[in-house]
Design a binder for this molecule. Structure first.
Ligand code: MG
Length: 452
């Protein structure tokens, strides 16, 4: 039900994706050997921020499109992680998915929709420590069944978007991989039956710290297509440096890894930051090109929290709104991730002037298109309009319209010749995300569209 469209480079004469949003630059993720790669086969190193537990008072207000947009635009994050509580019941208004499925799922969708509209990657994180243990019920419900319901909904809604990464189990509390593996073998085929290709992250023993048991018994080829294993570290924790890091280094010889959570602090999330240890970890990340998401977007009084209490729930944070971890990660991300041209969000009939203003309206538009399943429209200088797999556009004189994949390869040429005004073109392609490039005398523009 989504039509996203944007201008990548209205003025450039030569078509180039250099300024494209991360999703257009890197494209669909897959696993090649031991490396997560982008659509061009090159290592894809994503870097960004994890949200804190969605049910926490100090965190939940940040779960919105304005914060996603701010993290993308100001921090240059190309990855966010939606850490959804599952088994937790912290009191009224603070209950995880087992106690409030629709409420928690809606919070996740808000973040995912915003990330898609913004053109960045998003991890849908089953933020649990206990799901492997099926003997324990949660609010009377079977834990695996809960995970099945959630990931079925997510894969159905988002499987077509290359932005989306499924993390099926954040940090297993058990040391025993043989207790985690059956859960992975249960959930992965459920996702794959709906979404054959998006990246899946599998949590590992000892709170995703110890890769050694996985090395000797990885998932078989029936389960491991586009699957990476999770490694979490907290850089100021001595044990993580001296034990988990060497094990991860050695595991990398055979396993693809993904750092879906990491921090500067000790493992508790609080305590003194040791920057010499931090540098050791980040030097390693730079060498290995592993992707990472940092813990976390929350204004709690602890050193891993990125934000001060003063940080607004709509972004626009000043340096004073950031805690030590927040300042460090913002600097790191701005230093390492390229800036890209802000994209327009989705939205029903935005005026042409608002079409130039970044993505802050993204989620609003998405919400309304969801409700009505109606047409999402977009207008700009050429009156470009895409709905029902049909383009209408004002072309004058010699013009050319091409349909491209997200790597910029021409799938088909929809128009090439003289035109005089409104031109209607039918798009025939497999469902998915594409770019429509329009070239004519004195203009050149590109829109992202979803073919259904
Ligand atoms: Mg897919």
């Amino acid at each position: 039900m989504n039509t996203t469209t944007k201008i990548i480079a209205a003025t450039a004469l030569a078509f180039s994706l250099a300024q494209a949003a991360p999703i257009d630059d890197i494209g669909a993720l897959s696993v090649k050997g031991t490396q997560v790669v982008g659509a061009n086969g090159e290592p894809a190193q994503l870097r960004g921020m994890s949200f804190f537990w969605n049910i926490a008072e100090e965190a939940r207000d940040y779960w919105n499109a304005n914060v996603v947009n701010w993290l993308a635009e100001d921090w240059h994050a190309n990855l966010v992680r939606a850490a959804m509580a599952v088994e937790d019941n912290w009191g009224e208004g603070q209950k995880g998915y087992a106690y409030n499925q629709s409420g928690n799922q809606a919070m996740v969708e808000k973040v995912v929709d915003a990330a898609i509209a913004k053109g960045i990657y998003v991890i849908i994180d089953w933020h649990s420590h206990w799901t492997n243990d099926r003997s324990a019920k949660e609010n009377g419900k079977d834990r695996w069944q809960l995970a099945q319901e959630f990931f079925t909904a997510m894969a159905t809604k988002y499987g077509q978007y290359p932005n989306v990464i499924y993390e099926i189990y954040n940090e297993p509390g058990t040391d025993d991989w043989s207790q985690i593996k059956p859960y992975a073998e249960y959930i992965i085929p459920i996702i794959r039956a709906i979404d054959p290709d998006n990246l899946i992250l599998v949590g590992t023993p000892k709170h995703s710290g110890d890769l050694t048991p996985v090395v000797s018994s990885p998932l078989s080829s029936n389960y491991s297509s586009n699957v990476a294993y999770v490694f979490h570290f907290y850089a100021s924790e001595e044990w993580h440096l001296t034990n988990y890091l060497p094990a991860a280094k050695s595991a990398m010889n055979t396993l693809p890894l993904f750092i879906s959570e990491c921090g500067l602090t000790p493992a508790s999330g609080n305590g003194t930051i040791n920057y010499s240890m931090v540098n050791t970890f980040w030097d390693w990340l730079d060498q290995t090109k592993l992707s990472w998401a940092a813990w976390s977007i929350v204004n709690k009084d602890e050193t891993s929290a990125a934000l001060q209490k003063s940080a607004s729930a709509s972004g626009n944070w000043s340096e004073n709104d950031l805690r030590e971890s927040g300042k460090w990660f913002r600097n790191k991300l701005r230093e390492q991730n390229p800036e890209w041209t802000p994209i327009t969000g989705e939205g029903p009939k935005p005026s042409s002037s608002s079409s130039k203003q970044g993505g802050s309206s993204g989620s609003k538009g998405k919400d309304s298109s969801d409700k009505s399943s109606a047409i999402t429209e977009f207008h700009n200088a050429t009156g470009f309009h895409f709905t029902g797999n049909t383009i209408s556009v004002n072309l004058k004189g010699m013009s050319r319209v091409d349909l491209l994949d997200l790597q910029g390869r021409i799938i088909s040429t929809l128009w090439n010749g003289n035109a005089s005004g409104n031109t209607v073109l039918s798009v025939q392609a497999k469902p998915g995300l594409y770019l429509v490039r329009i070239q004519g005398a004195g203009f050149h523009e590109t829109h992202k569209v979803t073919v259904k």
